[in-house]
Design a protein around this ligand. Structure first.
Ligand code: HEC
Length: 241
């Protein structure tokens, strides 16, 4: 009886996932040896029915020094890149979601979390390189974000009330993280596509407003531009200045 139950347990997950999607993932030795992936990957796979095959390097999803900062641990900010293989962007969304973050923090080999998704600003500042062109970034921000956000003097009259101005957001300590991940922060997911990162809009749920499309390079340019904006005086009113 016990044996039969065990057998079922072993067979079922593979069977259920058999026709489903799969992508490969590579990570530096330190991460692999920490046991973190055995904790993280099955939890994602179980939830989303996407299998992840670990490879030595060059995975569809690569954890390392490049890409989007996703978690901190072992003295480093770990980043992730992905090539849009089946289910890989879903994995990134999951890592950035509340559940993903709790799962990251839930890895506690000796009762102490080894990793956290709370990316400390000081570390992030040192680690995120701004390769983008701020001039291009300004034009992009005005064109894509300026519909709702006051980006600078140029579109001062065009912002919408609920959207904070760029200068106000520049004054928030973790502005880099927020801008780097704006597409997963509300209200953007319902109308924003980042090439290579976000999954396509569901066919039955097209965006209700004109969508924004940005590439990762364009987002880097926007970040480079935002870095040049003087933060608004936090004593001032929060909107449209
Ligand atoms: C259709 C309107 C709209 C567009 C277009 C838009 N935003 Fe926003 N954004 C908002 C609103 C509204 C908020 C405030 C959300 C809130 O306070 O909950 C916001 C908030 C933000 C935040 C702060 C999010 C947080 O939770 O801290 C960032 C960063 C941001 N936007 C960046 C951008 C960037 C970069 C672009 C352009 C590439 C952009 N937005 C385009 C409406 C928009």
């Amino acid at each position: 009886m016990k044996f039969a139950a065990l057998l079922l347990f072993l067979i079922l997950p593979g069977h259920v996932l058999a026709q489903d999607r799969e992508f490969t993932l590579s990570a530096p030795d330190e991460i692999v040896q920490s046991g973190f992936l055995q904790h993280l990957l099955p939890r994602f796979s179980l939830k989303h029915g996407v299998r992840i095959k670990q490879v030595a390097d060059g995975g569809d999803v690569a954890i390392g020094a490049e890409g989007l900062p996703v978690f901190v641990g072992l003295g480093t900010v770990w980043h992730v890149t992905q090539n849009d293989a089946d289910g890989s962007s879903l994995f990134i969304d999951w890592l950035l979601s509340g559940i993903g973050k709790r799962t990251i923090a839930g890895f506690q080999p000796d009762g102490v979390p080894l990793f956290t998704a709370k990316i400390v600003v000081e570390v992030a500042i040192a680690d995120i390189a701004f390769d983008g062109d701020p001039v291009q970034g300004q034009a992009l921000a005005l064109a894509r974000c300026g519909r709702c956000h006051v980006v600078n003097e140029t579109n001062r009259m065009n912002g919408m009330g609920q959207a904070p101005s760029f200068a106000v957001m520049r004054g928030i300590t973790d502005w880099r993280n927020r801008f780097a991940t704006f597409y997963v922060l509300n209200p953007h997911p319902s109308f924003t596509q980042v090439a290579g990162i976000t999954p396509p809009f569901p066919a039955n749920l097209p965006p209700a407003i004109v969508p924004i499309e940005v590439t990762q390079d364009e987002l880097e340019a926007i970040l480079a531009y935002v870095a040049t904006i003087a933060p608004a005086d936090l004593g001032a009113p929060l909107q449209n200045q």
